[in-house]
Design a protein around this ligand. Structure first.
Ligand code: URA
Length: 442
């Protein structure tokens, strides 16, 4: 094997050279083995951030990361095995509706999720707000619940893609998250290891997403679709708006509760309308990839019928029981499990809300206790925000726009000005937001 040094690989990327698979494997392998230090991998990640990677390099990085650990063995589980993954947002909770919905239509969803990162929420933190709910399933538990309930929700086990666990934490503190090839390899290495045969991707753009504008969002979607296709996975990506938080709640238990309300059919009459729209469009693609419908319109019809049948609601409760929670207790806690430290944000003007800035809400949410600043920080199950109005709604000055719960009085007081500043007003009705910009396929 050729003699290699990390410093030469960093310099090559800094100068814009395409790295070979061997060089990428040397760097990532050395990092996972503890032979290459954080500071060299940070410098390399920053060079990738500025110089990018070719499709070949991105595919090689994804494969090297995937092979840094074990893959989940889902052999013997009757499929189709279809998952959905989002690039991350604020109030982005579609997984909790999608998984039981797809399962009710005969799809198996093996969902391996993450925790809150920066200003974006994490599915595991939300689920753990249900008392007793476990997200550290063993492989045999994961298989058992997946086969029985049609879906299972777990965190990334130690053995699965260790390279991503290390690299993700490093990127989070070195300003290198927003890199298309690094996001592509991070997401697809985990998704390939989790065992799904097909994947629907929700690629977000807007202030609350890692990609701020739709052009970069589309580039990320194409990178993900092309790399996944080259790996032999069937994949569809939707480019969706994350300029405003999705749905009516941001918070851990609050978001679980909102999803359950949506499973009970209450989503379309409330500020959860945008959440239901994005969820149904994603679910429709899962149904298509799972071979249950020929195209998305027919897939969506099946999803609407399934929701009306009540079966997804029952599967959601069955999953709570399987993963250690108590469904009766969960039902009892709805509407009540809130922090006692509460305040309201009222409309500052008569007129219309033109926009509620997702980025500001996400950052204020971290301060309230919804997310974390350091990996080891705890999150609060009962902190968060409920929106009584969203962008496009008419309001009268003094009317409640948000109810806010903080993990304590000091966090609540500190977050209120930022939350109020997140609401933008106009005298005339704002243009309607396009929730789904486009579909990207291979
Ligand atoms: N989600 C991931 O799994 N990885 C990233 O790099 C960004 C979002």
């Amino acid at each position: 094997m050729k003699f290699m040094r990390a410093v030469d690989i960093i310099a090559a990327k800094r100068d814009g050279r395409e790295l070979s698979r061997e060089e990428i494997a040397f760097l990532i392998g050395g990092y996972v083995a503890g032979e290459i230090p954080d500071y060299q991998v940070s410098a390399w990640a920053m060079a990738v951030f500025f110089k990018g990677m070719s499709p070949g390099e991105t595919a090689a990085l994804t494969d090297v990361m995937l092979k840094s650990g074990a893959a989940m063995d889902l052999s013997g589980i009757a499929g189709p095995l279809v998952d959905k993954h989002s690039t991350g947002g604020v109030g982005d909770k579609t997984s909790l509706i999608l998984a039981p919905l797809a399962a009710s239509l005969g799809i198996r969803d093996p969902m391996m999720s993450g925790r809150a990162l920066g200003h974006t929420g994490g599915t595991l933190d939300k689920l753990e707000a249900i008392p007793g709910y476990r997200t550290n399933l063993s492989v045999s538990e994961f298989r058992e619940f997946l086969a029985r309930d049609g879906f299972a929700m777990t965190g990334q086990t130690k053995g699965i893609v260790p390279a991503d666990r290390l690299l993700y934490a490093l990127r989070d503190v070195t300003g290198t998250v927003e890199s298309i090839p690094l996001i592509t390899a991070s997401i697809l290495s985990k998704k390939a290891a989790e065992g799904a045969e097909a994947l629907v991707l929700d690629v977000k753009y807007g202030s609350g997403a890692f990609m701020k504008d739709p052009v970069d969002g589309e580039k990320l979607a194409r990178s993900l679709v092309n790399t996944a296709s080259a790996m032999g996975k069937r994949i569809i990506a939707l480019l969706t708006d994350m300029d405003e938080p999705l749905g009516s709640m941001v918070g851990n238990f609050l978001e679980v509760e909102e999803c359950f309300d949506c499973l009970e059919g209450k989503g379309r009459q409330t500020s959860s309308r945008d959440l239901m729209e994005v969820t149904l469009e994603l679910a429709a693609r899962m149904v298509v990839l799972g071979g249950k419908a020929p195209e998305a319109v027919a897939g969506r019809r099946l999803c609407e019928e399934a929701l009306a049948s009540g079966k997804p609601r029952e599967l959601f409760l069955a999953n709570i029981k399987s993963q250690g929670g108590n469904p009766e207790q969960f039902l009892e806690m709805r509407g009540k499990y809130r922090s006692p430290h509460c305040a309201e944000i009222k409309a500052a003007e008569d007129g219309y809300i033109s926009r509620i800035d997702a980025w500001r809400i996400g950052h204020a949410g971290v301060g309230l206790g919804v997310g974390r600043n350091r990996t080891e920080d705890p999150v609060s199950p009962t902190a968060g925000v409920q929106f009584h109005h969203k962008g496009g709604d008419g309001v009268k000055k003094g009317e409640p726009v948000m109810t806010v719960w903080g993990k304590d009085e000091a966090s609540l007081a500190a977050a209120l000005p930022a939350l109020a500043a997140a609401v933008e007003y106009s005298k005339t009705p704002p243009a309607k937001r396009r929730l789904i910009l486009k579909e990207v396929t291979s």
